[in-house]
Design a protein around this ligand. Sequence first.
Ligand code: AMP
Ligand code: GLY
Length: 431
Amino acid sequence: MKVLVVGSGGREHALCLALSLDPAVTSLVCAPGNAGTADLAEPLPLDVSDPDAVADLAEAVHADLTIIGPEVPLVAGAADEVRARGLRCFGPSAAAARLEGSKAFAKDVMRAAGVPTAASRDHTEVEPALADLDEFGPPYVVKYDGLAAGKGVTVTTDRNAAVAAVRSCLRGPDDRVVIEEYLDGPEVSLFAIVTEAGTVVPLLPAQDHKRVGDGDTGPNTGGMGAYTPLPWAPRGLTPEVVRTVIQPTVDEMARRGTPFSGLLYAGLALTSRGLRVVEFNVRFGDPEVQAILALLSTPLTDVLSGRSAPVWQAGAAITVVIAAPGYPKSPKLGDPIIGLDAAGALTGVDVLHAGTRRDTDGRIVSSGGRVLCITAIGSHLESARGSAYEAVSRISLAGAHYRTDIGDPSRLRTATATDVPRGGTNRPESE
Ligand code: AMP
Ligand code: GLY
């Protein structure tokens, strides 16, 4: 089978690695890819935001299966376009991808489906939004309604910062802002594969670390590191999420005539008042999937099609993101990365590339805010963590930064929404 993976981040490198180990996959293309995927998959240029270009490429390479990594092509309708050409595609239609493309739409679906989530209201005007800020009270949660690469949310106790966030979200005529109730408690990412027949297959729960700094400080990012499974998670969490969140959402989308298939990502907060959905995404989370796929022993294409239930290796997996200086605000790019082979030589370690490319001299240089995802497995979280950080220490990239507390046993439950970040108003920025 020939598989086309669309995207160029750490998630796509992890997908390519899993597909390269799948006996059914005989040929692999990753477009546009990065310097890491190029070792496993043929790299081809692609404007991922253009659904026609995605479908043209799937046709041109005779892809038996196209897997769309990022949300931008999904929300733009790339999966519809690939299927319209009679080709198989893993990913939701544009109509179903609105679960991620519009937070207001996702809230409407959750309300209709009875899915537990934070109380919220959305606005296109500043004044009523400010009135809601005061009604919900601090900590204030302000969200830009559209796609923002994980950085469109401000959580703050500072009213002035919340007001500034509202104003910054409502700069254009089509802009919409969501004001919502603050959710306390640890965050969990639970992904479920939803087949075209509507079968729901949950994967392992993972925990992301969204803020840039140790101890959950600084602005939100696309994600600075993750681990799986969660030794502290309540028993029965996964079936509870399937029963109360995933299945009702899948049923509601089918009822609306826009059935969901692909990967449904439930971002959850385990609050003092029970489980709540923070957000939906419609694709694999990055970097959570890097850790999750490291433990998958079933061929990935069998799991995606629903032919096989996933079987997981025992132990734990962790991924630590190395980011370019200045990320997430204004990453400095184009610097050489040293030590990749030494890091990858460690047992149980995969050096997954995100924002990397080869320059004209053949050197691997940084080309995106999140540069590398150092992924390691171990018999326990501590051993996986030790290997990952040992590998991180072997890599040098001028001015790079990473969190030192991913999977830290002393703060396992606290890498969460319970800590109010120091703020920062975030609008779409470069990954
Ligand atoms: P989102 O893009 O909606 O996932 O939000 C990004 C991050 O902002 C989440 O992972 C949380 O850490 C935080 N966040 C979002 N909504 C809330 C909320 N209602 N209460 C507390 N934290 C939140
Ligand atoms: N890691 C968070 C996301 O993929 O949205």
